[in-house]
Write a protein that binds this ligand. Structure first.
Ligand code: ZN
Length: 103
């Protein structure tokens, strides 16, 4: 996509062209991640669609369930559902390379 030159306003803000927002599949109201990266030694600011992390295993996920605005991936949600404990849920669930372990 062709670069777009925009002036920063007094608060350091810019308006991101709609075509760029559409290319990263976001629309007004969506969350985005902004961070500093490096392009061949030159610092660049990156804007990308926010991706939720599973609060159990830490993997990036767009699937699964959301509870209290926190995402739990499908795999962890299934594991928790299959291994439901009736003792107040005091067990800690951790994900290893191949499976989930309960401690
Ligand atoms: Zn998970």
């Amino acid at each position: 996509m062709k670069p777009s030159t925009k002036p920063l306003d007094q608060q350091g803000r810019i308006v991101v062209p709609r075509a760029m927002l559409e290319s990263i599949n976001v629309e007004p109201g969506d969350y985005v991640d902004v961070y500093l990266d490096n392009n061949q030694g030159r610092p660049v600011v990156v804007l990308e669609r926010h991706q939720d992390l599973c609060v159990v295993c830490g993997e990036i996920t767009t699937e699964g369930v959301k509870i209290a605005n926190k995402r739990i991936c499908t795999e962890c949600a299934s594991y928790i559902k299959l291994n439901r404990v009736d003792d107040g849920g005091q067990k800690e669930v951790k994900k290893s390379d191949d499976n989930l372990n309960v401690y």
